[in-house]
Design a protein. Structure first.
Lengths: 440, 483
């Protein structure tokens, strides 16, 4: 085996020094009854060359990866700058463990500190952790934290969260005996807060929401009383939009994939989690903090660890341990590469292109925006009687668009959703218009 | 060390994305002015060479498996094959949207399906979900399955989880998040589950036991079949923490030991990198009785076609937005295909050989609280070193020798614990160097303890003040202090 350096000679010498006769003797503590039931998995070893080819042929069978994608819904086809991939490939980063030994983990820890700062910049919040698994589990953890703080086992959640996020939230809330009250949306796509239930720990909204609509957050915090305001945001949109903190958000979470991560069939992703300083002791996940060494040089280490499972065990704020450190590093390098204006520029390109396509398509007869609110980089079209046909025509021509049935999950009929990133070209959009216009 | 925010700004010249002078106008035209960001982001503009230098400099202040020996107990820091990195970056995988139609994602679904089948084979258990994205996430999923099982079985009063006192911290935390209370059961003198202690706790309020096999002392529970039998007889189920699977790969299967749930750490056993703290992957395998509750979606194969199934009435629901850490699954599959059964067996054998070799060589210089055959790891104690010298000092001194310290102060049942796991990807030459270093440090502890107290000297920073970081946390760049 190429990954095992011991030679037969080494093995013999080592066995002799242990004082056993053969390798088998090292396993005599496993009951014979168990050993006797063992069965191999039936897999012949292959050479690296063969495996490279086998796996490449599987990748080649994913035709969708070569199609022009207008799919969105939380994961977007953004350009990942070359430098992100190159720097992530430094094995000092990717082959390191969690920075439990800070003196030789300054690279990871410094990057965590940068990441936390960047997340606070985007969201406007005071503190952020070093990442969660993904946006959906980040939201679930935010809800658990709100319930710890407010002690009401009920929360109100917008119906316009991405379905995959709601699904995860429902699982966690079922396990924690938390009741979810769904908040409906109006014709603009805005969440309706009129009939807010009493005794809730939090109100959770998403912006832009599942319809692409930017939720007007102004005034919400004032209307929800003691409940915490949890906002799940698209982090790229925050390069343009006023951060949720300005509207009184108590916890802001996000799916970080738009910040320099490949789509990767939905994983690994990156959960962003930010909150107020006052809630630090209730925050889940790891944090890096600045400190000094024995010679008073600045360095970084893990901070506020007494919240965490390896110290607090069953009283920890979360069971999270391994999270998404390398994805957070990718996002950090991505944001550093773009800088403030680069982020603003790419966010503007997304918005401008999405609006351009929406303008062109809604100029066609029988195509209307499903909602009246403003949108960022995706929008929902209502095409009475023709949504399925339009979808098939686009798919047939090599364009990927969310299926009408995926939107039916939100109670929307005859609808299609288009996400438009900086990667979509004028030619591609012209072609979409042409195909769509030809569907009768 | 400077952070990104301390770097001198370059002039913003754009260049990453196409120019489009109309884009900002579109923003102003399309978005209500009071929704637009008022204060600009404080993210510096750096040229690409600056970025490259900054993060390369940071990387040099890190220590990875490629840099040297990394004997972190229970973390299985084995070598991460380079091919894994290449296959996970193939555009057909990396550029695939999770909502892409199944008919156009057949290769990805095959990856999920094939890996699931191999994991079933390795565990000897009939159901697998690849959705959990970390070991602790697998534990949580497992706890949710238990909760659902007893809900469906009409036994909602089974609210207790039993845990040996040697358990990983994630175990009690995962049980608690799922709404269980935790009861600790003591280990006996041999470091194994005390059967009488277990019997005393087993009643109709117990949902399950969480075991780590071999346990965190590196000891295989010789009476594991009695343990799982006792638990099953009491109507409860057995959760196996798979962090230590490397110890019996190719030799034994948890399904044959009575496991009802078993979680993998693909980033330990199956060679996918830890990434400085993720992304990992924590697939779970389950026994027949728990299969109806597995998360959705599930991948199914019919003939040579693959599909996702979303309908499952008894499922706990979803644990992750999509299908788990798919690209990590690609890496694990890449590794498994190279290993085959023969490779799996060699991994288990060499992991255990290496650990026993180190244990035999170090038990005189340090205290070995549980003497006997170990599996893939073992635990020493630094309690009998010279007066005033702690395990922490030993760990920091190892850094000066160019070696990553072992896991320390865990498991909690060993005072001044030093938990060592060499893995199979280290050879005798490396192990001998480690033995020399550890013996030398034990001598230094007696002759020149200041070398240990003042360690590390050969590191990017000297010993860091962790108390300060805990007491006065500075968690973000202090912009306000700037002029």
């Amino acid at each position: 085996m190429r990954y095992i350096p011991n030679t037969m000679q080494d093995q013999q010498e080592m066995l002799a020094s242990i004082g056993v006769s053969d390798l088998e003797a090292l396993f005599r503590d496993i009951p014979q009854e168990i050993r006797a039931r063992f069965r191999p998995i039936g897999l012949e070893p292959q050479s690296e060359m063969e495996v490279a080819e086998t796996v490449r042929s599987m990748a080649d069978r994913n035709e969708a990866a070569a199609r022009v994608s207008f799919l969105g819904g939380g994961i977007y086809d953004h350009y990942v700058p070359s430098i992100v991939t190159h720097l992530l490939s430094r094995s000092e980063f990717y082959t390191a463990y969690t920075p439990y030994q800070p003196e030789i983990s300054q690279g990871t820890l410094t990057a965590m500190f940068e990441f936390q700062t960047l997340v606070c910049e985007l969201t406007g919040m005071e503190i952020a952790n070093a990442s969660m698994y993904d946006g959906s589990t980040a939201l679930a953890e935010a809800v658990l934290m709100a319930v710890r703080l407010r002690k009401q086992s009920r929360i109100a959640v917008a119906a316009s969260l991405f379905t995959q996020v709601t699904r995860v939230l429902e699982t966690y809330c079922w396990a924690a005996d938390i009741e979810i009250v769904e908040l409906p949306y109006d014709e603009r796509g805005y969440t309706i807060l009129e009939d807010l239930p009493a005794d809730i720990s939090a109100v959770a909204l998403q912006t832009p929401n599942a319809f692409g609509i930017v939720e007007p957050l102004s005034g919400i915090k004032e209307r929800i009383g003691d409940a915490l305001l949890i906002v799940s945001a698209n982090p790229l949109s925050l390069a343009l939009l006023e951060p949720p903190a300005s509207f009184g958000a108590d916890i802001v979470v996000a799916e970080g994939q738009p910040l320099g991560l490949s789509m990767g069939f939905g994983g690994p992703l990156l959960g962003l989690f930010a909150t107020r300083k006052a809630y630090m002791r209730q925050m889940p996940g790891r944090m890096a903090g600045r400190t000094i060494d024995a010679e008073a040089n600045v360095g970084y280490t893990m901070a506020a660890q007494t919240r965490e499972q390896h110290i607090r065990r069953e009283r920890a704020t979360s069971n999270i341990c391994t999270n998404a450190a390398l994805c957070a590093l990718a996002a950090t390098i991505y944001m550093a590469s773009a800088g403030a204006q680069g982020l603003r520029h790419v966010a503007a390109l997304n918005l401008a292109r999405a609006h351009h396509l929406a303008d062109r398509l809604t100029a066609l007869d029988g195509f209307d925006l499903a909602f009246g609110g403003g949108f960022f980089n995706e929008f929902v079209l209502r095409i009475p009687g023709r949504a399925e046909a339009v979808h098939s025509a686009l798919e047939g021509a090599g364009f990927l668009v969310e299926t009408p049935s995926a939107l039916r999950a939100y109670g929307l009929e005859d609808c299609l959703r288009f996400a438009v990133t900086e990667k979509r070209t004028q030619e591609e959009m012209d072609r979409v218009e042409e195909i769509v216009g030809g569907v009768r | 060390m400077r952070t990104l925010f301390d770097c001198r700004c370059s002039e913003y010249g754009g260049g990453l994305y196409p120019r489009d002078d109309n884009a900002m106008q579109a923003v102003d035209a399309c978005v209500d002015a009071n929704l637009l960001r008022k204060r600009p982001l404080r993210i510096p503009h750096l040229s690409e060479p600056q970025i490259a230098r900054h993060y390369t400099e940071l990387s040099k202040r890190n220590y990875g498996v490629d840099d040297g020996f990394y004997p972190l107990g229970s973390c299985t820091m084995k070598y991460n094959p380079k091919l894994n990195e290449d296959t996970a970056r193939l555009p057909g995988f990396a550029g695939l949207h999770p909502h892409a139609p199944a008919t156009m994602s057949q290769g990805a679904l095959q990856v999920l399906c094939d890996l699931s089948e191999y994991l079933k084979g390795i565990t000897g258990m009939p159901g697998v979900s690849l959705q959990p994205v970390a070991g602790a996430h697998g534990e949580l999923t497992g706890m949710f399955l238990l909760k659902k099982h007893f809900e469906r079985a009409g036994q909602p009063l089974r609210k207790r989880i039993l845990l040996p006192d040697s358990a990983h911290g994630t175990n009690p935390a995962s049980a608690a998040v799922a709404g269980f209370s935790v009861t600790q059961i003591p280990s006996n003198n041999a470091g194994m589950v005390d059967l009488d202690g277990l019997r005393a706790e087993l009643d109709e309020t117990v949902a399950g036991i969480m075991l780590t096999v071999p346990n965190t002392l590196g000891i295989f529970e010789e009476r594991i079949l009695e343990v799982t039998q006792l638990v099953h007889d009491a109507g409860a189920l057995c959760y196996f923490d798979g962090a230590n699977l490397n110890a019996f790969l190719g030799k034994a299967r948890p399904g044959d030991m009575g496991a009802d749930i078993f979680h993998f750490n693909l980033h330990k056993t199956l060679s996918t990198p830890h990434g400085g703290g993720g992304p990992g992957a924590g697939p779970i395998a389950v026994s027949e009785i728990l299969m109806p509750y597995l998360p959705i979606p599930r991948v199914v194969q019919e003939g040579d076609r693959y599909d996702l199934v979303w309908e499952a009435a008894d499922s706990i629901g979803s644990m992750h937005a999509f299908y788990g850490n798919f690209l990590v699954a690609v890496k694990a599959l890449t590794y498994l295909l190279q290993l085959g059964d023969e490779g799996l067996r060699e991994v288990g054998e060499n992991a255990v050989l290496n650990a026993n070799y180190l244990q035999a060589a170090l038990k005189d210089a340090y205290t070995l609280p549980y003497n006997g055959l170990c599996k893939h790891e073992f635990v020493l104690s630094g309690k009998d070193l010279a007066e005033g010298v702690s395990t922490l000092d030993v760990a920091k001194r190892l850094i000066d020798y160019g070696i990553h310290p072992p896991t320390i102060y865990f498991p909690l049942i060993v005072r001044e614990a030093i938990m060592i796991e060499p893995t199979e990807t280290e050879g005798k030459e490396t192990l001998d160097r480690f033995i020399d270093a550890m013996q030398s440090i034990a001598r230094e502890a007696a002759t020149s303890p200041e070398l240990l107290h003042e360690a590390p000297r050969n590191a990017p920073v000297r010993r860091l003040d962790q108390t300060r970081a805990a007491k006065e946390p500075i968690l973000t760049h202090p912009f306000s202090e700037e002029t």
